[in-house]
Ligand binder design. Structure first.
Ligand code: SF4
Ligand code: SF4
Length: 444
């Protein structure tokens, strides 16, 4: 069991409240002194016990010193605020994340704006005329309640030619000259079958590096998916482009799927045939994963998650890593990773995890199997939504995104020969996983 070495937020609040109660019995002057001293003590306890960001790195040509752990998708205002208090200073958001801009506006109120690096992103959909894009940025600024964003990113361009969209660059230039944005970036985590499966994350980001107008990249990189991303990291180094990571902890699905099955069984619920079919195909991988957990005495997936974050931070070409958090406990586990080193024990755990459970992970930004699917199912995109559901607590959003997929989803995978599975270089039991994803994302 992990030993708790610091106070959680609730315990910290209890400490403060207890101190205040005791102070109430003192005289008025004494009370004021007591209160002051209690607050001082509480602050000291908090400062000593709350983990802080220890590592900062220069974000490429922006020259900004960003915390090595960045604020990714966090819905809770208090949690985001606590991350900022701990020293995180990079905030990642997007026009398409429901309510995210207004959450950030509340959290940054009263803070030194110059000490923060706020990045948001726009999909190249809807009104993409120069005027339309400018209006969208102005709306984002209004929602964020800030004078400027540090970086405006093109969100998931489907094709290389989209990087050259002149309306986008003209809009960015104008907004830069008005001081409304400081830098321009691009983000990617995989091709979208219907729009161009041949244009992979690697090809698009390498083309963006050559284009020269993008100052920051946000992309997928983790210990199970290194090939494409390492070339992108090299390009970032060569062109002095800021390298921000996402999808760095590919480790949760096994536990989530397992606990869902146990819950259904415990409740005596009928397990849908699609789900059963998926699990059957998945079972031998599950068994291997179980052996891994037993062998390493792991209590929960956080232990691998922590090693996975240390792994990406160990790469000096990485500037910061976006962390999506749902709870204070998660935050308290993640903060001590800042500035820490990858240990031999971490390396051993990750290597063993890769060996035992690596085949349970459909690589973000891959899509190699998609051209083999006769139905045109966007495998990589569906598995990304499944990741949002199972690993990031974004259930509702993931289900809405799944429902909005144009064309084929994974409905018909159970009747197929599994061509995608045959084509997968990583031996992922993807047909079964698609069935599981379909079951969970559509709640059939
Ligand atoms: S199982 Fe068949 S239909 Fe489903 S994605 Fe794979 S190849 Fe396409
Ligand atoms: S199933 Fe395999 S080939 Fe297909 S996207 Fe996932 S990792 Fe890539």
């Amino acid at each position: 069991m992990r030993k708790k070495t610091h106070l959680g937020r609730r315990n910290f609040l209890k400490t403060s409240v207890f101190g205040m109660f005791g102070a109430g019995m003192a005289t008025k002057t004494g009370w004021a002194q007591e209160k002051e001293s209690t607050q001082e003590q509480s602050k000291e306890i908090k400062d000593k016990t709350q983990p802080k960001i220890k590592g900062y790195r220069i974000l490429g040509r922006t020259g900004f010193k960003v915390s090595d752990l960045a604020i990714g998708y966090i819905q809770d205002e208090g949690l985001m605020s606590a991350m900022l208090d701990a020293g995180a200073n990079y905030i990642d958001t997007a026009e398409s994340y429901p309510g995210a801009h207004s959450t950030i506006s509340k959290v940054i109120k009263g803070r030194d704006r110059k000490s923060l690096f706020i990045t948001t992103k726009m999909l190249m959909e809807g009104d993409t005329s120069k005027e339309g894009l400018i209006k969208r940025v102005q709306k984002a600024l209004q929602e964020l309640d800030t004078e400027y964003v540090d970086c405006m990113m093109m969100h998931m361009p489907d094709k290389i030619e989209m990087l050259k969209n002149e309306a986008f660059h003209a809009a960015m230039q104008e907004l830069k000259s008005e001081g409304r944005i400081r830098f321009v970036g691009v983000t990617h985590h995989g091709s979208f079958w219907l729009r161009g499966p041949e244009e992979t994350m690697e090809k698009i980001l390498l083309a963006a590096a050559d284009d020269g107008r993008f100052d920051v990249f946000l992309f997928a990189y983790n210990f199970l998916k290194m090939d494409q991303s390492e070339k992108v990291l090299e390009a970032c180094k060569e062109k002095n482009i800021g390298a921000v990571l996402m999808k760095s902890t590919p480790v949760f699905k096994y536990y989530v799927i397992k606990s869902r099955l146990e819950k259904l069984e415990k409740e005596g619920k009928d397990i849908h045939p699609l789900y059963k079919e998926g699990l059957k195909r998945y079972k031998d991988k599950f068994d291997k994963a179980e052996q891994f957990v037993k062998k390493y005495g792991l209590q929960n997936p956080d232990e691998i998650r922590e090693a996975a974050i240390r792994f990406v931070l160990n790469n000096p070409l990485v500037n910061t890593v976006c962390c999506s958090l749902n709870t204070y406990d998660e935050m308290e586990r993640i903060l001590p990773l800042s500035g820490s080193k990858l240990s031999d024990w971490d390396k051993a755990k990750l290597a063993a995890y890769k060996e035992s459970c690596g085949e349970l992970y459909c690589r973000h930004a891959c899509g190699l199997c998609e051209p083999r699917c006769p139905q045109g199912v966007p495998v990589n995109t569906i598995m990304r939504y499944f990741h949002y559901f199972t690993a990031q607590g974004r259930e509702k959003e993931a289900m809405l995104q799944y429902a909005a997929i144009p064309g084929e989803r994974a409905d018909s995978c159970h009747e197929c020969q599994g061509y995608c599975e045959e084509a997968c270089h990583y031996n992922v039991p993807i047909q079964g996983m698609l069935l599981l994803a379909h079951n969970q994302l559509s709640m059939v």
